[in-house]
Design a protein around this ligand. Structure first.
Ligand code: PHE
Length: 335
């Protein structure tokens, strides 16, 4: 009996792997194992023999199971150590292929121009994209029946609200809130209900500017516009000034630049004309000042509305406005 037990123990401790150990377990401790064999002829034994045999079986069972458990824990610990070794992760390593993001080209130009104007003493104001008819039209001298409203196809909302068609309502808010003297710019998103093509979008960006002070003249306006364009394009650009009509300025101008995409030969962006309307501007209409509570006999001003989207297109030679709102990563990753 002791021999049987010893050889069974030896087989357990000889197992070199978890799989071998499991096979030995079935043979030794299973239903046909050593212990089972030892109990098989119990019925034929005398009472004393049976007691002694029972005792022996219990001790044998304990030592066999003990040896088995000990080895099993050892194999498990080894397996775990091995796994920890192979699955170790350094969570501080940057993920492979991660690309840093970048600012949208419109944001980049907007921030540049904000910095420029801040250095010239202008405040940067913000206004709502959902505007009142009053701020978007009436207070800018565009009354309900005025034909100028047709120039700006409007997305109307309920209750005399609308998606602002330009950033000029922020002029009104600036005058109402801050009063004269005033130097402000207002960059922002504007909306027009028009069909989309290479040079028209329903959503685009403008940057409004306004200065109100004593003795403001067209000379001041032209000085600021030249400073602005030189800073933006960092080179000489050819400009021309045409009379332009906007009900809130008098006189009003259209400042065009020679198309930087085709150099003036004609392309889809300049609609084959060689010139791009970039900067409508003018001296603030006295009536507009008066409506916002500013005395036009004491104060005068100029205002301009820069097409930010168009500016970006000129600077980076983008020949289709639809790229800018496309969210297309092939486009965005170039900036
Ligand atoms: N708000 C005008 C537009 O979007 C542009 C403009 C602004 C004209 C300021 C003159 C002065 O059409």
């Amino acid at each position: 009996m002791q021999d049987l037990l010893d050889s069974a123990l030896a087989r357990i401790t000889a197992a070199g792997t978890a799989a071998e150990l499991e096979a030995v377990r079935v043979e030794v401790l299973g239903r046909k194992g050593v212990l089972a064999q030892l109990s098989k002829d119990m019925g034929k034994l005398s009472a004393d023999e049976r007691a002694a045999r029972g005792k022996f079986i219990n001790t044998a069972k304990q030592s066999l199971e003990g040896a088995y458990e000990e080895l099993k824990s050892k194999f498990e610990a080894e397996a775990l150590a091995k796994r920890l070794d192979s699955e170790w992760l350094d969570l501080t390593v940057p993920a492979p292929g991660a690309r840093p993001g970048s600012l949208h080209p419109i944001t980049q130009i907007q921030w540049e121009i904000e910095d420029l104007f801040r250095s010239l003493g202008f405040s940067v104001l913000d206004g709502p994209e959902v505007e009142t008819e009053h701020h978007n039209f009436d207070a800018l001298n565009i009354p309900p029946d005025h034909p100028a409203r047709d120039m700006q196809d409007t997305f109307w909302l309920e209750g005399h609200h609308l998606l602002r068609t330009h950033t000029s309502p922020v002029q009104v808010r600036g005058m109402e809130k801050l009063g004269p003297p005033l130097r402000m710019i207002a960059p922002g998103r504007v909306f027009r209900n028009e069909s989309v093509d290479a040079s028209h979008e329903h959503t685009f960006y403008q940057l409004e500017g306004m200065m109100i002070d004593r003795n403001v003249s067209a000379g001041n306006l032209i000085y600021f516009m030249k400073t602005l364009l030189t800073a933006i394009f960092k080179r000489e650009v050819t400009v021309r000034l045409r009379p332009g009509f906007f009900p809130f300025v008098e006189p009003g101008f259209e400042l065009d630049i020679r198309c930087l995409i085709c150099g003036g030969d004609g392309c889809p962006v300049c609609k084959q004309s060689g010139w791009v309307e970039l900067l409508p501007c003018g001296l603030v209409n006295p009536h507009v000042l008066r409506m916002s509570g500013i005395d036009p006999n004491e104060w005068g001003g100029f205002a301009f509305g820069l097409g930010l989207t168009r500016l970006v297109m000129m600077r980076y030679a983008i020949d289709d406005i639809r790229w800018l709102q496309s969210g297309d990563l092939r486009f965005l990753r170039q900036f």
